[in-house]
Ligand binder design. Structure first.
Ligand code: URP
Ligand code: ZN
Ligand code: ZN
Length: 479
């Protein structure tokens, strides 16, 4: 199957040039001016538009069982919505229950994901510790294409990884060449503040941000970074939402530590006033962790992206509909945490980033696609417009407009946290593995067309880290 994208301007993370892009059997086979194509090739007219790597969302939770509910978006609906928004790959999370085999959980998630319409991969969470966990981490890295493990420092008595687990797991990640990820919030402090607020009779969604103030994230971020730094391991912080956590990352990076930071579109654009809505259901719809923050943090996060201290953007797409959120009607700690966004991230980043002069087009490509591909060792198969790369592309119309709304989005959720926002700059066409899957508002996503993408460990990063650790190892004095 051949597809020619004709007459567009190619934008990558480091360059911009006019070229056609020829795709055959799912791969880019030529990039250059005036390319010929066979007579039966499908032609996409990209005149006046930008041809970029498809977005990669490194943080989604399709179908996630969480807080007594199951996320309403499954792997088909979620990846179809992603394609409608120009995102051609997601990295989701396998989350074993404490005590459960990691490989058993991995197989469960792989089964759920068979219906995905776009390519996908998995981080695997470490929610408990035993020798068997260390062994299974090795098997996942060597045989199942997993090069990242997630640690929730929050969600006490559920998924929370205590410091001893972080130490064991980060050490194992370093041995294996995998990247430890952390959700940085101090789970003990959150649990304490939740109980205090409930005891004061503050039970509504307005209590959610009060139970997770910025310093709760800053403390955990600093702790995770120092644990990683002491062990000589890299660390990737998911959904950085505060200046407090960003400052910890910035300081560590300035001292030479390998620390990566991800920011969500929601945290860049929304603030904590959403929890003051008088309508309970509307306020509850924004309950996610970490919560939306007081104004001021957003500017710091944009600066983090521009300075390179934050490298990736994500959504933490984790959908719960109004009737699921209602489980916490009388107790905010029982509102399933999570919001949507996989369909809207690219357009939001373009509109609020590129149009607002906060990001260049190349930076947009870097933070929506290429940096994730590099950190998780998918590059240049993903995140590139190069011969040999997967033909995962978006043809971007910088003048197209979209009104973000639950009435029109493809996400399987009855609420859109960006409701009513009009964005300029939209995906006109999305190409997944060389197939046109979104074209001029028509979604042609196919259940099962997405493939699992292996992510082997990253020798480049780890060879230098190991060398660095070896050189820093003190020598015993010979007496
Ligand atoms: O509220 C959120 N973020 N729900 C999903 C789980 C997580 O913490 O990422
Ligand atoms: Zn999280
Ligand atoms: Zn998450």
């Amino acid at each position: 199957m051949t597809l020619l994208i004709r007459g567009g301007t190619v934008v990558t993370h480091d360059t911009t040039f006019c070229a056609d892009v020829l795709c055959e059997d799912g791969t880019i086979i030529a990039v250059g001016p005036d390319l010929d194509a066979p007579a039966d090739a499908e032609i996409v007219d990209a005149k006046g538009q930008y041809v970029m790597p498809g977005g990669i969302d490194p943080h989604t939770h399709m179908q996630m069982p969480f807080m007594g509910a199951t996320a309403s978006e499954d792997f088909y609906t979620g990846t179809a919505a992603a394609l409608a928004g120009g995102t051609t790959m997601i990295i989701d999370f396998v989350i074993p229950n404490p005590g459960q085999s990691l490989i058993e959980a991995y197989r469960t998630w792989r089964g759920w994901a068979e219906k995905a319409a776009a390519d996908y991969s998995f981080h695997v969470a470490v929610t408990w510790w035993a020798d068997s966990v260390a062994e299974e981490m090795g098997t996942l890295v060597r045989e199942y294409g997993v090069n990242s493990f997630k640690h929730f420092m929050a969600y006490k008595n559920a998924l929370m990884a205590t410091d001893d687990i972080l130490v064991e797991s980060f050490t194992r990640c370093l041995e294996l060449g995998a990247v430890p990820n952390v959700h940085a919030e101090n789970g003990d402090l959150v649990a304490h503040l939740q109980q205090k607020l409930l005891a004061q009779g503050i039970t509504g969604p307005e209590a959610h941000p009060l139970s997770r103030p910025p310093q709760v994230e800053g403390e955990a971020a600093g702790r995770a970074i120092r644990i990683a730094g002491t062990l000589g391991a890299p660390v990737y912080l998911v959904h950085v939402s505060t200046k407090d956590a960003l400052d910890e990352i910035t300081t560590a990076r300035a001292s030479g530590q390998v620390v990566f930071g991800e920011v969500l579109a929601g945290h860049l654009l929304l603030d904590d006033s959403v929890y003051q809505n008088e309508d309970w259901a509307t306020a509850a719809a924004y309950v996610m962790s970490p919560p939306f923050r007081p104004k001021g943090h957003q500017e710091a996060l944009w600066n983090g992206l521009r300075s390179g201290n934050l490298q990736t953007t994500a959504t933490d797409h984790c959908c719960f509909c109004a009737e699921q959120k209602a489980m916490g009607r009388d107790d905010f700690t029982k509102i399933p945490n999570g919001t949507a966004g996989v369909e809207d991230r690219m357009a939001l980043l373009w509109d609020a980033g590129v149009n607002a002069g906060k990001l260049s087009m190349q930076e947009f490509v870097a933070v929506t696609s290429t940096n994730t591909a590099k950190i998780f060792n998918l590059y240049p198969r993903k995140g590139a417009v190069s011969v040999g790369s997967d033909a995962d592309l978006v043809v971007w119309d910088p003048h197209g407009k979209r009104n973000l709304s639950a009435k029109t989005h493809h996400q399987n959720i009855d609420f859109n946290i960006f409701e009513g926002l009009e964005v300029t700059g939209i995906p006109r066409h999305t190409i997944s593995r060389g197939k046109l899957v979104w074209s001029d508002g028509e979604l042609r996503a196919e259940s099962g067309a997405g493939r699992y993408v292996d992510r082997p460990p990253y020798p480049g990063l780890y060879d230098s880290l190991r060398k660095r650790n070896e050189l820093a190892t003190p020598k015993a004095v010979v007496r």
